[in-house]
Design a protein around this ligand. Structure first.
Ligand code: ADP
Ligand code: NI
Length: 213
């Protein structure tokens, strides 16, 4: 079974990755993508393989190269003799999945792509999203918060990918914007609670920061 084989391959590659891109992130995205598919439709196998391979060559892990994921996924699936037309569909999804900055519009057109993107984005918000953001920031030696440095509205993927702000800024540069950039009805419903949790977190964070007792 191709799904099981790819699962094993991805699991081996991601084990021990500490920047928020560990195997468990992939597993959660995979599981959420399956749930969204049950409610929203789309072709199951394309969704499953795209979810498993969506971070296979993230620029944060591959030495800074942007947009390599589709190519790496194509190489892997070709080795498994997976049909070329289906590889192309998966590769397009992987290249379109990332958030590329507040000012960069999303380009996902297929239901399969929309579902995988939603599953990935739901894992970037809520309690897990908060945990991942600080894990990522710590991994990059970023401060939690620097009140004098404002968040940036990134107009290009280049500038977003090279952002070096504090982690609280990342909430305004990405996490709080995702609610309105979810594609499917089911994901939007799930996103509401997770978004509210981040709002509550920030409120409490500033309260403690400012010694408001
Ligand atoms: P995803 O895997 O959801 O596409 P990314 O690959 O963009 O997300 O990033 C992985 C995780 O690290 C996400 O939870 C994201 O919000 C977080 N992250 C990315 N960039 C930053 C940053 N500059 N500061 C803090 N967290 C970040
Ligand atoms: Ni991801």
């Amino acid at each position: 079974m191709i799904i099981e084989q790819i699962k094993q391959l991805v699991k081996e590659r991601f084990t021990g990755e500490a920047s928020g891109h560990d195997w468990h992130h992939i597993e959660r995205v995979y599981s959420m993508a399956c749930f969204l598919q049950e409610n929203e439709g789309g072709e199951r196998e394309i969704i499953e393989l795209s979810a498993l391979l969506h971070d296979i060559s993230d620029h944060k892990l591959n030495g800074g190269k942007l947009n390599m994921g589709g190519q790496v996924a194509t190489e892997i699936l070709t080795e498994f003799n997976y049909p070329e037309d289906r590889i192309k569909r998966i590769s397009e999804i992987i290249d379109g999945v990332s958030y590329k900055g507040a000012g960069v519009p999303d380009s996902m057109t297929t239901i399969e792509g929309k579902i995988v993107q939603d599953a990935d984005r739901l894992d970037a918000i809520g309690a897990i999203g908060i945990a991942r953001a600080f894990a990522y920031g710590g991994n990059k030696n970023r401060p939690l918060y620097v009140p004098s440095i404002d968040p940036v509205h990134h107009e290009t993927f280049e500038s977003y990918a090279h952002a070096e702000g504090h982690t609280i800024a990342h909430f305004y540069e990405k996490l709080l914007l995702l609610k309105n950039r979810l594609n499917t009805h089911t994901a939007r419903k799930i996103g509401e609670e997770r978004h509210q949790f981040m709002e509550d977190f920030l409120k409490q964070f500033y309260k403690e920061w400012n010694t408001e007792i």
